[in-house]
Write a protein of this length. Structure first.
Length: 199
């Protein structure tokens, strides 16, 4: 049976470090066995999982497509594109660095916090590696604000774990990244079904 519970939801899922005017893979993390993994690699896997989970339940999802020039270039252009497409939510997908022990879901100060709170709550419940999960307001001009500030609806900057924290590095295994994406997608679905403004 076709699952249509999220029909009407439109979500832009953007792996932001990729497809910029200059080459960028984000942070590079060295694992215990000496191999390296990039932020963009991890974000691509969990973003694909978000998109697939939502689409299988009837949502429309806009994702990076460099061949068709969708969600590529400067962040401001991507945000305008997502807005013109009619996205209800914009997810800027990243992985944190700096040795922290928490997840952070950032949103613009003065905008609706409910999507960020839903995602942060789901992450904390699903991943015992995380000491806490914050929904964190960004002021205009703050580091990270450029990633989401221009979006007129609900937008979050996802920093779900620290790639350079040894206790978080198991989260970079592909099955865990898929589960991470599903966890975030469930939070988006809950936000849409229970927190969206009633027309």
């Amino acid at each position: 049976m076709l699952d249509t519970r999220l029909t009407g939801l439109r979500v832009a899922v953007d792996v932001q470090h990729l497809y910029k005017p200059t080459e960028d893979r984000g942070a590079v993390f060295r694992l215990g066995d000496g191999t390296t993994v990039t932020e963009a690699h991890c974000a691509t896997i969990y973003a694909g999982s978000i998109a697939g989970w939502l689409a299988r339940r009837g949502a429309d999802v806009l994702t990076n497509d460099p061949v068709r020039r969708i969600l590529v270039g400067r962040y401001s252009a991507r945000i305008r594109e997502a807005s013109a497409w009619g996205a209800n939510a914009y997810l800027a997908c990243h992985v944190n660095s700096g040795g922290g022990s928490y997840a952070r879901v950032e949103y613009m100060a003065g905008t609706d916090v409910r999507l960020a709170q839903r995602v942060a709550g789901e992450l904390l419940s699903a991943f015992p590696e995380l000491k806490r999960a914050d929904s964190y307001p960004l002021s205009p001009g703050a580091r990270g604000a450029v990633c989401i500030a221009a979006f007129p609806g609900s937008a979050v900057l996802l920093e779900p774990f620290f790639g350079d924290t040894p206790a978080h590095q198991d989260m970079m295994a592909a099955p865990r990244l898929v589960f991470l994406g599903e966890t975030i997608a469930r939070a988006v679905a809950d936000w849409w079904q229970f927190s969206r403004p009633v027309a």
